[in-house]
Design a protein around this ligand. Structure first.
Ligand code: IPE
Ligand code: IPE
Ligand code: MG
Length: 270
């Protein structure tokens, strides 16, 4: 993982890494006089759509917040349905994901799950490990603070000599998503504008995009709205606008803004 605070990352018109807080399942269902869990079930379809659309657009990493370390506070029955849906995805969707060249990773404090689920996760990860089209990361029992704590503990266990002092570069290899670049684009559906203990370290320089759309209604069009907004941002990483433009001239960089027509064509072909 290259660190945005250590080196200025390369910026391209299509984000390399998109991270999403899939929120609003419960409200989607409540508005329809359905039980909250009906929203979670419909949310699975939106996950399929998001994976497909990201792969089509050449996004390399898609990270989805499926269950937070604080979601255990919910009614037991709802927690149990969320876990069942996760198991179902690991059992049934994995074949399709694999056929489409998707590599699956699951990150979070997995120790809290039962053995059968942990084995399913390991099997799915092993099966898809060689795939290159898109890396799909599911954050399950994940918390940004947990991640920083577990990284620190793992680093100190491996390198006790760092106990008195260590650098950012020494810590970051132990973060749970060290295999991926930091997210370029963060999306949260459902109208709330907060991070809710998602990737608190990795989002340091991500572009943030919020939509009122509830997660079950998320589709390729919503994704394209987020990408268009992303393409209008100037990612300065602490520099001035003039420095950014000068760096772009020097690198003779590819244009930061993709032709709007090609993006329209992508969303039309669904
Ligand atoms: C997101 O939808 C799914 C999870 C947190 C697992 P919510 O269930 O939070 O839906 P709202 O926010 O209550 O509408
Ligand atoms: C964040 O959504 C967690 C996931 C989407 C998995 P929440 O619905 O749990 O977040 P808060 O409680 O509104 O902040
Ligand atoms: Mg919510």
């Amino acid at each position: 993982m290259t660190s945005s605070t250590q080196t200025i990352p390369e910026v391209s018109s299509i984000p390399r890494h998109v991270a999403i807080i899939m929120d609003g399942n419960g409200r989607w269902a409540t508005r329809r006089y359905l039980p909250r869990v009906a929203g979670h079930k419909r949310g699975v379809e939106a996950v399929r759509e998001a994976v497909r659309a990201c792969a089509e657009r050449g996004i390399e990493y898609l990270t989805l917040f499926a269950f937070s370390s604080e979601n255990w506070r919910r009614p037991e029955e709802e927690v149990s349905v969320l876990i069942q849906l996760f198991v179902m995805m690991l059992e049934q969707e994995i074949v399709k994901l694999h056929a489409n060249g998707i590599k699956l990773r699951v990150v979070g404090d997995l120790a809290r799950f039962d053995r059968k689920l942990i084995e399913l996760i390991q099997k799915a990860e092993t099966k898809t490990a060689g795939n290159r089209k898109l890396t799909l990361t599911i954050c399950a029992n994940y918390g940004g603070r947990w991640d920083i704590m577990q990284a620190t503990r793992a680093m100190l266990a491996a390198r006790p000599e760092l106990a008195t002092s260590f650098t950012e570069a020494e810590l970051t290899p132990y973060l749970s998503m060290a295999y991926a670049p930091e997210p370029d684009l963060f999306i949260r559906t459902g109208g709330e504008q907060r991070i809710s203990n998602f990737l608190v370290w990795q989002l340091a320089y991500s572009e943030l995009w919020f939509t009122e759309t509830f997660w079950p209604d998320f589709d390729a069009r919503t994704l394209d709205q987020a990408i268009v907004s992303y393409q209008s941002r100037e990612r300065r990483f602490g520099r001035t606008s003039e420095q950014v433009r000068e760096a772009e001239r020097r690198e003779d960089a590819a244009p930061r803004i993709a032709p709007a027509a090609s993006l329209r064509a992508m969303s039309a072909d669904k």
